[in-house]
Write a protein that binds this ligand. Structure first.
Ligand SMILES: *[C@@H]1O[C@H](CO)[C@@H](O)[C@H](O)[C@H]1NC(C)=O
Ligand SMILES: *[C@@H]1O[C@H](CO)[C@@H](O)[C@H](O)[C@H]1NC(C)=O
Ligand SMILES: *[C@@H]1O[C@H](CO)[C@@H](O)[C@H](O)[C@H]1NC(C)=O
Length: 165
């Protein structure tokens, strides 16, 4: 048996790296409201009200093949509400326990077929349905769906309210 040539080794490493890059994806991430940065944070914690598609909103999703965007209604204690958006990595990783050589081990896996490109509405009781949108190309979760609040004024001042709080 001969040693693998350098070329074979390079091919092997390329194969491994393409295999891995097929899994990770870059997505936009933003939150329904501002979260204070603890100083340790590498991922974006920017609120979606400031979303402009710039680099602070970009994160790596090593365990996803889809990006996600969803809208939902935020209810204030005084009865007002606003439709807010959230962007991020699609949740696709799951773990399970297997018995290997007499020991239980946790295996992490990624379900690559759990979502399809497109949007779905999820109904929860009498609340307006949450819209989940999934897409599978780099930085594909930018678009803002047309959002109509029952109280447009509240929706417009909502970002201001959140800065004050
Ligand atoms: C920063 O991260 C390290 C390791 O993850 C953790 O131990 C530490 O508590 C974190 N510090 C803050 C301020 O969050
Ligand atoms: C989210 O968007 C969809 C489609 O625009 C809409 O039908 C739905 O009511 C919205 N959900 C909330 C909670 O506002
Ligand atoms: C992935 O998700 C799909 C849809 O929910 C499901 O049918 C399938 O069994 C899952 N695959 C694995 C490996 O869990």
């Amino acid at each position: 048996m001969s040693f693998p040539s350098l070329l074979q080794l390079v091919h092997f490493l390329l194969f491994i790296s393409t295999f891995h890059s097929a899994l990770g994806i870059q997505c936009y991430r933003c939150l329904p409201k501002a979260v204070p940065n603890t100083g340790n944070q590498t991922n974006s914690l920017e609120p979606c009200s400031k979303f402009d598609g710039s680099s602070p909103f970009v994160i790596d999703c090593p365990l996803s093949t889809f990006c996600m965007k969803r809208n939902f209604t935020l209810e204030f204690p005084d009865g007002r509400n606003a439709i807010v958006t959230e962007r991020g990595c699609a949740q696709q990783s799951f773990s399970y326990r297997v018995l290997k050589r007499g020991q239980w081990q946790t295996v992490n896996d990624v379900n690559e077929t759990i979502y399809q490109d497109g949007c779905i509405l999820e109904h929860q009781g009498t609340k307006p349905p949450t819209q989940y949108c999934y897409c599978s190309s780099r930085l594909c979760n930018a678009a803002t769906p047309v959002q109509l609040s029952s109280n447009l004024l509240v929706y417009l001042i909502f970002p201001l309210v959140y800065y004050v709080l």
